[in-house]
Design a protein around this ligand. Sequence first.
Ligand code: UT7
Length: 340
Amino acid sequence: MVTRRRAGILGVGMALPERILTNADLERIVDTSDEWIVERTGIRERRVAGENESTSDFAIPASQEALNDAGVRPEDLDLVLCATCSGDYPWPATACVVQDALGASRAAAFDLSAACAGFCYGLSVAASLIESGAMRYILLVGADTLTKYVDWSDRRTCILFGDGAGAVILGPCEQSEGVLGSALGCDGAHVRSLYVPAGGTRMPVTEDRLAGRLDKMVMRGGEVFRFAVKIMGEACLRALENSGLTTDEVSLFIPHQANIRIIRAAAERMGLDEGRVFNNVERYGNTSAASVPIALAEAVGGGRIARNDVLVFVGFGAGLTWAANVVRWCRDEPGCGAAP
Ligand code: UT7
């Protein structure tokens, strides 16, 4: 029998902007209220990058923390994979900036663009590269500064998003542990449910378009909400099925942190009680591709995860993309840095 290698998460890290924007701050910018935001989203505050800060400014420290946590050296990395839709430049990839800053001189580098589902897409891609034997150590960092694309006069979107980065180091682990299965998908018919009209090759930026704020995000919130509620549970069940597991075996559900109502609906669909659901949306809002790895890093740091625990990650976002992963935790204790 041929046994494939497994890819395990060997280390985690996260980084956030210092500046906190509370709901009270937003009340001074747009016609909204703390009550409305908390009731409809669960968000109380979010972190916002400074004018001179970009996505790599968070991706780099989060990645350094993950490397230290895993006990893996930058020069051991075979790949720097950055899940982002708000890179430092239209091109080249932000992963190249991170690769240089870390001194990961042997590593290939590319960005993966699947919006808020980017980290979960990336975990599947990275795990496959390790399982196939093509690579040994991979840095996967989910990093976004979507507040740069927010129209601060649009109360329907400006209350939702925050900035930051979360990173993991993946490497070979025991056959029974690591990334056990994933499920990925997309409904491309809804590209315009959440998108930035101008700034790409379809609609290059002009003065008129800038004046019309077409370089900022546009969202049909209700459509995205309905999609998310339907797809999150379905995606997780498919990933569990691909892993040969059931919801009863799930130790901790770590969903994309977009809206507490969406998280609760997904958990309910899966029959998961509150004690098995991680959320920190009230402190960071929706940090896009960073939300799942930030939540993971906080869950690890808070002692919520033990060896052998079954974790389920799920993301959804612009595209409309969706992805879920099932991971059996392969480390004995947070910070053990035990690379096999
Ligand atoms: O990673 C994926 C990213 N996107 C998402 O996850 C978004 C998913 N969608 C959502 O989370 C929700 O649809 C929102 C939180 C965006 C909106 O919540 P909702 O319950 O769907 O509200 P709604 O859009 O149906 O709006 C209800 C009312 C409207 O007023 P009228 O037309 O009924 O008079 C809105 O104008 O609430 C109004 N409204 C607000 N009021 C106060 C919309 N935004 C605000 C606001 N403050 N910030």
